[in-house]
Ligand binder design. Sequence first.
Ligand SMILES: Nc1ncnc2c1ncn2[C@@H]1O[C@H](COP(=O)(O)OP(=O)(O)OP(=O)(O)O)[C@@H](O)[C@H]1O
Length: 225
Amino acid sequence: MENKTSLKIRNLVKYFHEPETFQVLKGVSFEVKKGEFLSIVGKSGSGKSTLLYVLSTMDTDYEGTLQINGDLLTGKTQNQLAAFRNEHIGFVFQFHYLLPEFSCLQNVMLPALKLGKYSTKEIEHKAYESLRLLDIEGQALKSANKLSGGQQQRVAIARALINNPSIIMTDEPTGNLDSKNTEAVLDIFRGLAKENGQTIICVTHDKDFANNTDRTIEMADGLII
Ligand SMILES: Nc1ncnc2c1ncn2[C@@H]1O[C@H](COP(=O)(O)OP(=O)(O)OP(=O)(O)O)[C@@H](O)[C@H]1O
């Protein structure tokens, strides 16, 4: 593992104001190294998803600072953040689920089409590479809603990889998977971290999964313990 910092947060504080003011993050600081596979665990309601949402740059309503690959992202405009995310972050989030009527190939191609850097032909080629890496290229032309949960999860990971992001963020990546598929996802993430130097940040309830990552951060009541 290289000793470069991939992500750094300092004194992250966040409040929700509905139905009443409530401090959900109470001063969270940590760093993640490039190529590190990090899990974030903690009881329900401890603030894990809220934290991940801030790290993903999608939530900008916080105090403190967020840096990714040395870039200070705190204070950037929504347009700047959207461009940054497309290029640097791959997401496997439940609310980013696959478009059911689209083929797996089309689903995987979408983030690269949005980035607008490559021709459709090149993107299709990259999408096939990504699907192959996840051992799911045989399903490329099927609609996403015709796949099993485990297969859909692989396609979602393939989609997160298409722009070759330096960081992959996921919320409950194995939430609906059986132990065989969980093991497969774990292997994929480990490989991406070790072989490609991609940083992986996972929020998970699965203790076994967390025990197989490089490092685990535990949250309780808006703080790291
Ligand atoms: N939009 C919101 N408005 C107000 N309160 C919220 C909002 N989103 C989350 N919360 C509250 O913030 C706290 C932390 O929520 P969060 O979803 O980050 O927890 P979590 O650790 O990810 O939980 P889980 O493991 O159940 O997903 C909870 O008490 C939750 O009810």
